[in-house]
Write a protein that binds this ligand. Structure first.
Ligand code: GDP
Length: 684
């Protein structure tokens, strides 16, 4: 395969900007679909789950392969709702480039900003597609400018939108100076730039050429000599500056009317990176932790793949992997260094929106799906056992909303356990904890919608309708003071002696992830082969804090001592000793309760903003910014999540349904001790 002709592409947007419609149009033009799926009718091909159809939002990222102008594209559909940011994040890891879809009226919105930051973090270059240019009130160039004002990006329009009698009919391609018009069926016709637009389009073109010439000698020479630059020279300058992330090329269109999609596809090929343009991947030796030499997209290299998405569906269980190095062959054995198990996926599959094609092999740079992986979860590396590597695992934010679920009948208990485990396996931002004392489960997720969707899946896919409690915030427990504990297990089991001894020290440190387990001086007394069992036991035990049973976060659990008794050392004994040592240490440590904070961004017509601000005041919110954008007010600040349950309904009635709001997790803050009783968390 010619990797230079491959694009691993994500399409990201604020909800409702038109990402699904754009994706469907792309599939359509690339010949995948016979008819265009319309989100409104619930037929979008990428939305596999019935659930998504019902809501008209895309939740699960599905990968699909298409072909355009002699190039292959792996299109990854990314979700637009903030509760599913984790999904976007993990896609970013494996993408090479992205299209950011903006609304021509609203420009950059809260969620596009989040996605932008994720792209920046992963060094993913992007182009912007200003969609809905046909809408009343659309101001495509102003929308493009919001990339600069709201994101600090440097937008570079490479088209000029054509309006004829106020109707959006096409675009001027500023590189080739051709006007492109679109028929109602989306087909394309070249034409002359309408006379009245020529001057304005030329001004924009001159700006584009000047910008591109800044760092391109050949182009600069042409500009200074007043020569017409070659199209190929402009394109290569555009590509170079997009790949470094300096410029964001901007295109215009109206996906619903099929306007602007062919040029968008062309720009994806011209300006976005191929796997060859991306830096080689870095990983660590799974045993020693030492950094290994980077691995580039060489089909002859040592096999290195990252599982970034699991999907249980009509096509069976699929594990989507990005291949970073080597060649993946059907039937090959793959080593998972985390689970320390071999996977033997029987088939290797290329997934289209509605069907799969079995492959004999796939090479570095590609994204494919494996069937039948049993032990692999999202974020795992699959590689060659002879040259093991652990790629940096994906990190997931802590869930913020929890619900208690309980089976309606005893018969359902096992089914519910299986179903919840399955959902948690697929989605690392969805956590499940069983409380064996009460027979209930606590499920946790990234927002109310996230949990609702999972409950719907229980009903739809597993035919289970458990009893469900009220959503509440996911508290965390955090170390405020240190502690120390040691335990030794020395007993007989099945007639033979087993031994294990562990000593731990707790070190408080702010943080929101599970406490780090650190091997400190003294820890070396525990033989290396038992250390994974010790780590696992400590991680499990810290999953429920000592005070209220909420997961422990922040700080370090340092293994500072232990012992060994030749011949009697046993994994089970070390695990048990570790659990006991941690319990003892936690008993002596001071523990605080943390609650999730959210940042909010509310966009409201001016007349409702004071009512909204007053209401926010009663919710313990801190409004940090009130910004005027035309007739709208943008309110920004932070608020405890606890106060924001059911806010969607409240803000709707405060604004006659015209305000839009986005809440994003923004870490945890300590709940004052005096509040604990008020919240019914302690009974004195
Ligand atoms: P997503 O949430 O970003 O996936 O957005 P969708 O593709 O679901 O589109 C949201 C709504 O905008 C739907 O009602 C679409 O029909 C509509 N829409 C999408 N593209 C356009 C467009 O170019 N013009 C107009 N007027 N509406 C559009």
């Amino acid at each position: 395969m010619d990797l230079a002709r491959l694009r691993n592409l994500g399409i990201a947007a604020h909800i409702d900007a038109g990402k699904t419609t754009v994706t469907e149009r792309i599939l359509n033009l690339c010949g995948v679909e016979r008819r265009v799926g319309r989100v409104d009718e619930g037929t979008a091909t990428m939305d596999w789950m019935a659930e998504e159809r019902e809501r008209g939002i895309t939740i699960t990222a599905a990968a699909t392969r298409v072909r355009w102008a002699d190039h292959d594209l792996n299109v990854i559909d990314t979700p637009g709702h903030v509760d599913f940011t984790v999904e976007v994040e993990r896609c970013m890891r494996v993408l090479d480039g992205a299209v950011l879809v903006l609304d021509a009226v609203a420009g950059v919105q809260a969620q596009s900003e989040t996605v932008w930051r994720q792209m920046a973090r992963h060094g993913v270059p992007c182009i912007a597609f200003v969609n809905k240019c046909d809408k009343t009130g659309a101001d495509p160039l102003a929308a493009a400018e919001t990339l600069a004002t709201r994101l600090g990006a440097r937008p570079l329009p490479i088209q000029y939108p054509i309006f004829e009698d106020g109707v959006f009919t096409g675009v001027v391609d500023l590189v080739s100076r051709k006007a492109l018009f679109f028929h109602a069926d989306g087909s394309l016709r070249d034409g002359e730039v309408p006379a009245g637009l020529w001057d304005e389009a030329e001004v924009l073109r001159a700006e584009m050429v000047d910008t591109l010439a800044e760092e391109d000698e050949e182009l600069l020479g042409a500009v200074l000599d007043d020569l017409e630059p070659e199209v190929a020279t402009l394109q290569s300058a555009l590509r170079a500056r997009t790949l470094t992330g300096e410029l964001v090329p901007v295109l215009f269109g109206a996906a619903l009317r099929g306007i602007g999609i062919q040029p968008l596809l062309d720009a994806i090929l011209t300006a976005l990176p191929s796997p060859l343009d991306r830096p080689p991947v870095v990983g660590h030796d799974p045993i020693t932790g030492a950094e290994l030499p980077p691995r580039g997209p060489d089909p002859g290299g040592s096999l290195t793949t990252l599982a970034f998405k699991l999907h249980a569906g009509a096509h069976g269980d699929l594990t989507f992997v990005r291949i970073y190095a080597g060649t993946l062959k059907s039937g090959m054995k793959l080593w998972n260094p985390r689970s320390r198990r071999m996977e033997r996926p029987p088939t290797l599959r290329r997934i289209h929106a509605d069907h799969g094609v079995d492959l004999d092999e796939a090479v570095a740079g590609d994204i494919v799906a494996l069937t039948g992986c049993k032990q692999t979860v999202t974020g795992d590396t699959l590689c060659d056992r002879a040259e093991p590597i652990a790629l940096e695992p994906l990190t997931f934010p802590e869930p913020v909303v929890a619900l208690v679920v309980e089976p309606v009948s005893a018969d359902d208990r096992d089914k519910l356990r299986v179903a919840l485990d399955r959902l948690a396996h697929e989605d690392p931002s969805f956590r499940v904890r069983e409380n064996t004392n009460t027979g209930q489960w606590t499920i946790e997720g990234m927002g109310e919608l996230h949990l609702e969707v999972q409950l719907h899946r229980l009903e739809q896919e597993f035919r289970l309708t458990p009893r469900v409690g009220q959503p509440r915030v996911s508290y965390r427990e955090s170390l405020v003071g240190g502690g120390r504990g040691a335990a030794e297990v020395d007993r007989t089991m099945g007639g033979s002696r087993i031994f294990g001894s562990v000593e731990v020290e707790l070190v408080p440190e702010p943080g929101e992830q599970a406490p780090a387990i650190v091997w400190a001086e003294g820890g070396e007394r525990i033989p290396p082969e038992f250390r994974p069992a010790v780590e696992e036991a400590l991680a499990t035990e810290s999953g429920s804090g000592p005070r209220f049973g909420f997961p422990l976060v922040g700080g370090q659990i340092r293994v500072v001592g232990g012992g060994s008794s030749e011949g009697a050392d046993a994994e089970a004994a070390f695990a048990q000793a570790a659990t006991q040592a941690l319990r003892i240490a936690l008993e002596s440590a001071e523990i605080a309760l943390l609650e999730p904070q959210m940042t909010f961004e509310i966009e409201s017509p001016e007349e409702f903003s004071s009512g909204i601000i007053a209401d926010l005041g009663s919710r313990r919110a801190e409004v940090s910014e009130v910004r005027a954008e035309g007739p709208k007010r943008i309110l920004v600040g932070t608020v405890p999540l606890l106060e924001m349950f059911g806010y969607a309904t409240a803000v709707r009635s405060l604004s006659q349904g015209r305000a839009d709001h986005v809440l994003k997790p923004a870490g945890y803050t300590r709940v004052p001790e005096a509040e604990l009783e008020v919240r019914g968390l302690i009974w004195s």
